[in-house]
Design a protein around this ligand. Sequence first.
Ligand SMILES: Cc1cc2nc3c(=O)[nH]c(=O)nc-3n(C[C@H](O)[C@H](O)[C@H](O)COP(=O)(O)OP(=O)(O)OC[C@H]3O[C@@H](n4cnc5c(N)ncnc54)[C@H](O)[C@@H]3O)c2cc1C
Length: 429
Amino acid sequence: MNVRKKIVIIGAGFGGLQCVKKLKRAPYDVTLLDKNNYFNFQPLMYQVAMGGLSPDAIAYPIRKITGPIDNATFRMCEVLRIDSTKNKVQTSIGDFDYDYLILATGATTNFFGNISLQKNCLTLKSITDAIAIRNNVLQEFEAALATSDTKQIERNLNFVIVGGGPTGVELAGAIAEMKNHVLPMDYRELNKQMMHVHLVESGDEILSMFDNDLSQKALNDLQSLGVKVWLNVKLTNYDGNAATLSDGNIIETSTVIWAAGVKGNAVDGFDTTQYNRGNRLLTDRYNKLKGSENIFAIGDIACMDGDAKYVNGHPMVAPVATQQANVLCENLKRMAINKELKPFEYFDKGSMATIGRHKAIFQAFGIKLSGWTAWMAWMFLHLMVLESFRNKMLVFVNWVYNYLNYDRAIRLIIKPDAKNNESEIVFPK
Ligand SMILES: Cc1cc2nc3c(=O)[nH]c(=O)nc-3n(C[C@H](O)[C@H](O)[C@H](O)COP(=O)(O)OP(=O)(O)OC[C@H]3O[C@@H](n4cnc5c(N)ncnc54)[C@H](O)[C@@H]3O)c2cc1C
């Protein structure tokens, strides 16, 4: 009897979900595992954090994708360990056997070992993180109204974002726009001039993946929104009240958002020699894990060896994850009929980042755009790649509403139920 081989995929993000779609009708039984029952479109998470979009505009139920695919099943569980000697995945709901395993667990926040930052900073890696940031920012506005202590108001209204990559820049721009448009409307009693947004970057420019002229343009845009940008400065300590910078400056603040580092989201069971410095699993050009014959890693968790253009691995962005998924699945189909495999080649479609209303930068195939045109391109391309028609419509309608009204309509502080203190949402201080 010809027994169909089993493929287990860990992670239903950009890479894992693309694998499920590509393996539709392939001669394999596919099991997808994820700790959440939804796909999270991370590039728009900062807009959930800023009250511009609701979580369901960017999240999509995994079962709506796996449901119609006959050879795919989904199980919601936390993967705990891989036992590669027995070809088993150990999870919170039991073990899963595999013939081939695909790791697509993405990335997590990297605090580079600094405990004070890990303990006290907010992060933006999940939808619960985004809601926690939204709660926190709004709660700080409310808290500022509840005191007459100027020092405390200053602390409430100082917002520090660390990391001058796209996430940090987008957050800084969006909080600055809250100061300009939401604060004067909702919190008339607060003195707008007391609110300050700081962006701290350890390098000498923000958005360093862009050409220098575009990075400079983005810097000017941020500054025109009123963001104070600290270059060549690191955050060294944060105790929940004061952020200490490497140049000796101290910013009194109740809110620090850490967007300055990511590392691979590792699963137990692998040897340290199978990882690179960023906690990413080392693979060959076919996404096959170093030292293994039947385990593959794709996307943020993978660091591919042997591509001279990307000696430290490919950038941790969504197109890398989906393109690796495409090539890997094509190779798995080829393996089933003993055909020669194709090595992965990354096709870089360019980069873009938005800073705020009418403010964005875009660089692709030698074309550079900024301002209005880049902003329109940014919105159009994000709408195109969102998962479903419903998500696209929700995002589009919210964007039009927010644009016309200078508004962030979802200004809700949704706290965990007092009886259910199991919730992951971090309570604002
Ligand atoms: C705020 C933010 C903004 C971004 N903006 C952009 C952008 O504008 N453009 C861009 O190209 N990229 C952007 N990225 C990066 C992009 O989101 C990632 O590169 C992409 O998601 C990587 O895809 P992946 O499949 O490797 O992992 P992910 O999409 O992160 O998926 C990993 C999945 O694994 C699951 N998982 C992890 N560990 C376990 C476990 N132990 N058990 C069960 N399930 C597990 C997670 O729940 C998740 O669903 C952004 C990232 C962030 C955080």
